[in-house]
Structures are given as C-alpha cells and as structure tokens.
Design a protein around this ligand. Sequence first.
Ligand code: FES
Ligand code: FES
Length: 154
Amino acid sequence: MSHFDLTLELNGKKVTRKIPLRSRLLDALRYDFGLTGTKEGCGEGECGACTVLLSGRPVNSCLVLARQAEGCKVETVESTSTETLRRLNATGTSQCGACTPGIVMTARWLCDNPQTLDLMSLREFMSGNLCRCTGYDGVLSGIECLLDQEEGES
Ligand code: FES
Ligand code: FES
C-alpha cells in the first residue's frame, strides 16, 4: 500500500506522519496520530460523531480524505478546554458518549462564530449530530448554557 507524509497543524502543533494514501482523515487522526477521542458512528456522513474542525469549520472526518487536510489546521475534541466540557456536561448531556465528541466540536464552532439562535434554530443547526441514547433536550440546554456564558464573558 502506498503511503505519503501528511503534515497538519493538529490541535495547535505542527505534526507529520507517514500514512496510507487513501486514509480518511478520521482514520489518520485515530490510528496514525493516536487521537481516539474522535469517534466513528455511521462512517457515511450521517451521524456527526466524527466531527472535527478543519480550517475552523466543522466537517465529518469520515468523508474527508486525509490528504485533503494537508497543511491545514485541524482541531479535535482533545483540544477542548476542561471548562467548556464542564459547562456542556452540566445538564447531563451524554450517556454512552459516542456522539459527544462530535457535538462538542459543533458547539465549539458555534462559540467561535457567535450568532443569535432561538431553540428551534439551534435544534436545526445541531441536526447533523445524532444521539441515539440520551435525547436532545439536555444537549441543547448544555449548548445554550455554554453560548450564554461565552456571550457574558465577551
Ligand atoms: S461517522 Fe462520520 S458522520 Fe457518522
Ligand atoms: S450519548 Fe449515546 S449516542 Fe449520544
């Protein structure tokens, strides 16, 4: 199998690994860079469990070839501050946690790109992140709480 050197700015550090040519970004992150916080759910762009920020925007890393990320800034759930995780979890937002890394990364994008969203719009915005065991009310309350606190601090 052919390999190539993939260089990323990964969670604030420039890193390079030799990886299989056809790897998905999800696989490169988990198996080559050892960041297993990003989860695979459906593997086909439907559930959002694998969401990371690529050049600042949320993407499903199961749908991105690793080589498309060459030279880019990539942020994964491992770069999330403890305080952000604490605030998101304050409303009991997860059970099995498979969906949580993706939800956290989408919520982080919202914090970095503040906008006024009512509950309906927030629900729609988060509709790409599916949760099969907790339900959404706690998740949405956690995100609202995080956004309110970020707004209060800015
Ligand atoms: S694992 Fe990527 S969207 Fe489901
Ligand atoms: S907490 Fe289990 S899928 Fe969301």
